[in-house]
Design a protein around this ligand. Structure first.
Ligand SMILES: CC(C)(COP(=O)(O)OP(=O)(O)OC[C@H]1O[C@@H](n2cnc3c(N)ncnc32)[C@H](O)[C@@H]1OP(=O)(O)O)[C@@H](O)C(=O)NCCC(=O)NCCS
Length: 199
């Protein structure tokens, strides 16, 4: 008879802090397929361009703020999704000078300084896992005494409904590189799923 600890289902959809996984440094590569599958950019001029893209939207967070990363685990304990981010204001931190839209958002980032990036493997979507990753990140920001968290996404992106249900509101809009984008913010005092509940 197997014990609960042997049951592979115990991992299904579990949320863990990355740095609390066994040998977490060796497991960082598991985030890459999730990242590249979810990214809208699919082709790169060469390997250097691919690496720069990863560094821009994922790598720097794992390098500088791994303790803020949370992962979702599948049935075998494999990584099927993640949330990464940082607590510093990217419009004022030189480590984000390469992200061209932040100067135009600096008037709003002080109220929502923490920022996040979240992605799930396709097979892990629409099961409520993303909301639990958001709560883990917001909980850390709240514990750190920050007033709010934000993210930037496409104005027409399908994920807008997900963020609305998770308490995010539209705080700024602009066009960047020809693409309409939106900054969405959530005060850390807003409790879980306070916005429109999913019908
Ligand atoms: C957005 C995402 C993190 C939400 O997590 P989730 O656990 O799937 O979310 P929930 O189960 O709570 O809700 C489902 C919602 O996720 C979003 N979603 C699901 N599949 C999606 C996809 N392929 N692309 C974008 N958003 C998607 C939709 O908002 C969906 O709501 P809807 O059914 O009303 O359209 C996840 O779906 C995902 O990784 N999507 C692809 C990549 C992405 O958009 N990342 C965020 C970049 S800012």
């Amino acid at each position: 008879m197997s014990s609960p600890a042997d049951d592979p289902e115990r991992h299904n959809g579990a949320i863990r802090r990355l740095t609390e996984l066994d040998r977490w440094r060796q497991r960082i590569g598991e985030l890459d397929p999730v990242f590249f599958e979810a990214s809208l950019t699919k082709t790169f001029a060469d390997e250097q361009a691919r690496a720069a893209f990863r560094e821009r939207w994922l790598g720097r967070f794992l390098e500088h703020w791994p303790e803020l990363a949370h992962v979702a685990l599948g049935t075998e304990g494999e990584i099927i999704g993640y949330i990464v981010g940082c607590h510093c204001d990217p419009a004022r931190d030189p480590r984000f000078e390469d992200i061209g839209f932040y100067p135009a958002l600096a008037h709003r980032t002080q109220a929502y300084p923490a920022h996040l990036h979240i992605n799930l493997a396709a097979s892990a979507r629409s099961k409520g896992i993303g909301s639990r990753l958001i709560e883990a990140f917001v909980s850390d920001a709240r514990a750190a005494g920050l007033p709010g968290v934000h993210l930037v996404t496409g104005r027409e992106s399908r994920n807008r409904s997900f963020y609305a249900r998770n308490g995010f509101v539209n705080v700024a809009e602009l066009t960047w590189g020809g693409t309409p984008i939106v900054m969405l913010g959530r005060p850390t005092c807003v409790p879980k799923r306070s916005a429109q509940q999913k019908k």
